[in-house]
Design a protein around this ligand. Structure first.
Ligand code: TXA
Ligand code: MG
Length: 328
């Protein structure tokens, strides 16, 4: 199953060899842990979809070690290149036109000509990509629609009930810096269209001088019908527990996921985790997945979540929460 490895140079070389033998490696990134395989290798890609139980229509982000590496496979020009120069390496994934001769397997882009690319800001991940010398597709290392993993232990927890024959090495890079996935964007008509809210805030993109088109579907309305980025699936990022959002009180069977000051009465034995007691949205974004993991581990069945302001990384938090709580 899984073997946890220290991210030494020697171990990263071992993992790179595994990649070139069509095997998978779990790699740390600054956002979440990724289940990585060669983007050029159908056998590896099939293993990723099978292990995650991921629908085949949901395309994958290819991870590169620098901008020239991206340019070998995709067209990276004008505004997209400006974005890349400013935010890569970092928590930004850009959808780019694939080069006609690109060897990235068509499945990775959902059989379209548009490939999502990212340069992770994590030394171990960059070394793994460089030593493998191929782009690595790496979805979050969790079973599809479940919580994203932000440490090696979460990866093992996520796949605990899944049986598979291969050994998969996990490069243990400790806790992820952001603990929230990358922001996914596409450049359309000289504007940056947001396809998934994530660790890079809209404000940061605007401040760098770009015009931004926000996700048309407000994070709370859950009426997405036209899937142009399947991270927008209605049900996603879910803990085992049931979530009740925008809670201003607490029911007897619920744990509380708080934000800021709690100004209602709570019984003494209620489990309470606070995303940010001082009401800091960036701190809350880093705590969201770790705290949901913790509540799942405590086998909590219901979670009341206090309202989170909808600005800055609050957009990403509310997006994850609304999908996690969706019941169809
Ligand atoms: O932070 C991250 O992005 C992490 C780390 C491991 O890099 N990866 C990640 O991958 O979150 P995944 O597969 O869990 O989410 C990728 C998102 C999905 O919402 C997918 O639908 C969208 O990116 N996506 C991928 N390729 C796309 C494409 N060609 N067009 C539109 N959306 C795409
Ligand atoms: Mg994911």
């Amino acid at each position: 199953m899984f073997t946890i490895l220290e991210p030494t140079i020697e171990n990263i070389h071992i993992c790179a060899k595994e990649i070139l033998k069509s095997n998978l490696v779990v790699m740390p990134t600054e956002t979440v842990y990724g289940l990585a395989g060669s983007a050029l290798d159908l056998k590896a890609i099939e293993k990723i979809y099978k292990l995650k139980n991921r629908p085949l229509f949901n395309p994958l982000i290819a991870h590169f070690y620098n901008i020239s590496h991206i340019k070998e496979y995709c067209h990276l020009e004008s505004l997209a290149l400006d974005l890349a120069n400013i935010f890569m390496p970092g928590a930004l994934s850009i959808i780019l036109p694939k080069k006609a001769n690109s060897k990235i397997h068509p499945i990775c882009s959902g059989n379209t000509s548009k490939q999502a690319v990212r340069i992770p800001n994590n030394h171990n991940a960059l070394q793994l990509i460089q030593y493998s010398n191929v782009p690595l597709v790496a979805p979050s290392a969790n079973v599809s629609n479940k919580l994203s993993p932000i440490c090696a232990k979460n990866v093992i927890q996520s796949f605990a009930e899944i049986k598979f024959g291969d050994n998969i090495n996990i490069l243990d890079g400790g806790d992820c810096d952001f603990a929230m996935e990358s922001t996914v964007v596409e450049v359309i008509d000289d504007k940056v269209k947001i396809l998934r809210y994530g660790s890079l805030s809209i404000e940061d993109i605007k401040q760098a001088g770009f015009d931004v088109i926000l996700l048309e579907n407000a994070p709370h309305n859950n009426v997405l019908s036209n899937i142009n980025s399947p991270g927008l699936l209605k049900k996603h990022y879910s803990p085992n527990a049931k979530l009740r959002l925008n809670a201003c009180d607490i029911n007897p069977n619920e744990a509380l996921l708080a934000f800021g000051e709690i100004n209602f009465a709570i019984k003494k034995d209620t489990i309470v985790l606070n995303l940010s007691p001082r009401g800091d949205i960036t701190e809350a974004s880093k705590n969201l997945f770790p705290m949901l993991w913790e509540l799942d581990l405590k086998k909590v069945s219901n979670i009341a979540v206090m309202p989170i302001p909808n600005f800055g990384l609050g957009l990403a938090i509310n997006d994850r929460l609304s999908r996690a709580s969706y019941e169809g």
